[in-house]
Design a binder for this molecule. Structure first.
Ligand SMILES: Nc1ncnc2c1ncn2[C@@H]1O[C@H](COP(=O)(O)OP(=O)(O)OP(=O)(O)O)[C@@H](O)[C@H]1O
Ligand SMILES: [Mg+2]
Length: 259
């Protein structure tokens, strides 16, 4: 069976949420074993914005996402979503991981339904699956679909709870290059339609330039934000637009690569 074309998503009435981090520090362990990971993070993410986090391995990107999701708490400082303090995991944030993390004994429809938390109309789940191009695969088990399709299901699961913020931690890293490009466009389509703010971690500078309204570059572990780069290009973006070249060069040189 060929993979279905994603259906044009319907606009939803979910309101994007804003995120604010104020004076956030995060360390793990104590005494001689203390590791400082994030330092003095002050960041305001506008409702509806696509914010991309870039930075060297181990600098704290996943940790920062986990703090917004309420999967972990800051050592100092405050994290709010829509001006309300994050005190634990709640329905305001959806999460998509690097690997799909689908339950192998549940079909795709039931896996996506898990993201809905409260019981959601099965028709809505089917529509969400169609939106990510999985119409006709609802009853397939995860092992019966490709890696890209499983990751589409994970994206649908992340959106199933109508989150105001969708957090994605290197969601396309395990996919082949072409599937990855298609998933980037799909992500923009479905999150624009769902009305979610997007915070995405990637190591891929071109992915960041294609998706982001702003790119937050984190410095090495324990040093906090290095720079915030605004990407002022209208969408849909042409990946080879010459206007993106200076930003690409600037970001590459930050990572010690001189084109
Ligand atoms: N629960 C934990 N206990 C102790 N140390 C931790 C914990 N979680 C993360 N760390 C440490 O915090 C640092 C940052 O980890 P994090 O996973 O946020 O980095 P990252 O920027 O996402 O890296 P990568 O690009 O490799 O995914 C690492 O040194 C890691 O070992
Ligand atoms: Mg990480």
């Amino acid at each position: 069976m060929a993979i279905a074309e994603p259906r044009k998503p319907e606009a939803s009435n979910v309101l994007a949420a804003s995120v604010k981090m104020t004076g956030v520090n995060k360390h793990f362990g104590s005494g001689l074993k203390r590791v400082d990971v994030l330092r003095d993070i002050n960041l305001e993410i506008q409702a509806g914005e696509v914010l991309v986090l870039l930075g060297p391995s181990g600098c704290g990107k996943s940790t920062l996402l986990r703090l917004i999701a309420g999967l972990d708490s800051p050592s100092e400082g405050l994290v709010t979503v829509d001006h309300e303090q994050v005190t634990g995991v709640d329905e305001r944030c959806g999460f998509v991981f690097q690997d799909p993390r689908l339950l192998p004994w549940l079909n795709l429809q039931d896996n996506v339904a898990i993201g809905a938390r409260s019981k959601r109309n099965q028709q809505e789940i089917l529509e969400l699956l169609a939106t990510v191009g999985l119409g006709g695969f609802e009853k397939h088990l995860p092992r019966q679909v490709s890696g890209g399709m499983a990751q589409r299901a994970a994206l649908a699961r992340g959106l199933a709870g109508h989150p105001g913020v969708l957090l994605l931690d290197e969601p396309f890293a395990a996919l082949d290059a072409l599937t990855r490009l298609r998933m980037q466009d799909l992500l923009l389509d479905v999150t624009r339609a769902s009305g979610a703010t997007v915070v995405l971690v990637t190591h891929d500078i071109d992915e960041a330039l294609h998706l982001a309204d702003r790119i937050v570059v984190l410095a090495d572990r324990g040093r906090g934000i290095d720079e915030i780069v605004k990407v002022n290009h209208p969408r849909p973006r042409d990946r080879s637009h010459p206007g993106l070249a200076p930003l690409r060069t600037e970001l590459l040189s930050k990572f010690g690569i001189h084109p």
